[in-house]
Design a protein around this ligand. Structure first.
Ligand code: SF4
Length: 458
């Protein structure tokens, strides 16, 4: 069977653009099962809807699969309708976080979509394609939702992949032209950047986070080194570890970093960590292995808000993690957001204080839009504080705080914190010293646009 997998959303911003690794994983499973697959990434060549459809027409698939995110419902809806109108014989499959959380609603609203696969689809996409090819009953496909005579049928949930080493490496060859065109890059690295996933799952329960599985499943160091060497053989030296929680098991993490060091891969890595799990042993091993940046979801500088998020870290841990990371000469990225229930002008001042005192190398400060089926979303809905909801017109929900009338207030606070952070001479000097030797004109333009929107507020 011929399958086209499309990454329909723009993921490129001023910080860079990653390859669509989840689609490359699915593609490798389908190829291994003997099917024909193409992957179309909108960011490669900045494709319009019409250009995506034109590529589909040339490929002439039997099945078209797309991941859908809550934040991109409107764009996905437009593209799905265009695909269905162009050729009604192409079957359409949706997956990803939003359909996983709201399969029935997606099948109703995206009325031209045929199937939804919920959760991890590594096995279920192969089962679905095999069933479609043979005409077998779809009842056996775990994780599948579909319509029969207008009624949604929900099969039992798919199992998560327990042995990640059993999966083939992502099918990067399919996007070799995109890699050649240097479509994938990160602002902090020179040259092409790739992505690797060395584990799946996270046992924490942060109330704003949507996850498929709480079960942490690591790959072996040998499997990870094998994939890194494959990436290296393609001339790529920069890799972003996209695990939910790379540092969950310290012994395993040290073993992976040790192997990377011993292999002398001479590559640069960016990893994500949690403030409570980082320590000098790990940072020292990261430095030796070639890690140049560590990102932390610090979320807030208020202990009240962190506790309400069930983040299970303290403000002091956040301070310590940022300072320690910088002490080892690594870039330290901080992700935080405003608008969680319990947020007040005072808690925002606490977040600002944390950022200005600890001075992470880079900051991503956003305003929260609660994702469907997360504890914070469900609680706000039950309490009547959820304003609006995710829909295909592009509406996003937010949670009403007693002291604000609309989201503009939170954006004004966000911009003010950004201004003060970037206005700090030490932060500005370090950012300029780090960025300017690395970025070209295109990134500089994107950076200026980001600055205009998030700092000046226009
Ligand atoms: S935010 Fe991070 S630590 Fe918290 S549940 Fe999600 S993946 Fe786990």
């Amino acid at each position: 069977m011929k399958v086209a997998l499309i990454y329909p959303h723009r993921k490129k911003d001023f910080t860079g653009c990653n390859p669509p690794i989840s689609l490359l994983y699915l593609a490798s499973q389908l190829l291994q099962a003997g099917h024909h697959v193409t992957v179309i990434d909108r960011d490669d060549c900045d494709l319009s809807d019409a250009q995506i459809v034109s590529r589909l027409t040339s490929y002439s698939p039997d099945l078209v699969g797309l991941p859908v995110f809550s934040t991109n419902l409107a764009a996905a809806f437009r593209l799905v309708n265009l695909i269905a109108d162009t050729n009604p014989h192409w079957k359409i499959l949706l997956g990803g976080p939003h359909p996983s959380a709201r399969a029935s609603e997606v099948l109703e609203v995206f009325d031209k979509c045929d199937y939804v696969l919920r959760g991890e689809a590594d096995q279920s996409i192969v089962d679905l394609v095999t069933c479609l090819e043979s005409g077998a009953d779809l009842k056996s496909v775990k994780g599948l939702s579909y319509k029969v005579d207008g009624t949604v049928v929900r099969n039992p949930d798919a199992d998560v992949v327990r042995d990640l080493d059993s999966l083939p490496f992502p099918a990067r060859d399919i996007l070799s032209d995109a890699y050649r065109r240097r479509s994938y890059w990160r602002i902090e690295h020179r040259g092409i950047t790739d992505v690797i996933i060395t584990s799946r799952g996270c046992p924490f329960n942060c109330r704003f986070c949507f996850k498929v599985s709480n079960k942490f499943r690591p790959r072996s160091p040998e499997s990870i080194i094998g994939e890194l060497m494959d990436i290296r053989s393609r001339g790529i030296r920069n890799v972003h570890f996209m695990d939910d929680l790379f540092v969950w098991n310290k012994a395993r993490c040290l073993a992976v970093l040790d192997q990377i060091t011993k292999k002398k891969l001479n590559m640069h890595f960016k990893v994500r960590a949690r403030a409570d799990l980082i320590d000098e042993d790990l940072l020292s091993a990261m430095k030796r292995a070639g890690v140049s940046s560590v990102a932390f979801g610090i979320e807030s500088g208020s202990q009240t808000v962190l506790d309400s998020m069930h983040k299970r870290v303290t403000v002091d841990m956040n301070y310590r993690a940022i300072r320690l990371t910088k002490k080892f000469g690594l870039q330290c990225y901080a992700d935080a957001f405003l608008g969680f229930p319990g947020e007040t002008p005072e808690t925002i001042r606490e977040t600002e204080k944390l950022l200005l005192d600890a001075k992470p190398t880079a900051l991503n400060l956003s305003v929260m839009y609660p994702l469907p089926d997360t504890p914070v979303y469900n609680a706000a809905k039950a309490e009547g504080t959820l304003v609006g909801d995710w829909d295909v017109k592009g509406t996003r929900p937010w949670i009403k705080l007693p002291w604000i009338e609309d989201l503009r207030t939170l954006y004004e606070y966000r911009n003010r914190v950004h201004r003060r952070f970037l206005g700090n001479p030490v932060v500005a000097f370090n950012a300029a010293r780090f960025l300017f030797p690395r970025i070209g004109l295109t990134q500089l333009r994107m950076l200026a646009d980001h600055y205009r929107r998030t700092v000046i507020g226009r």
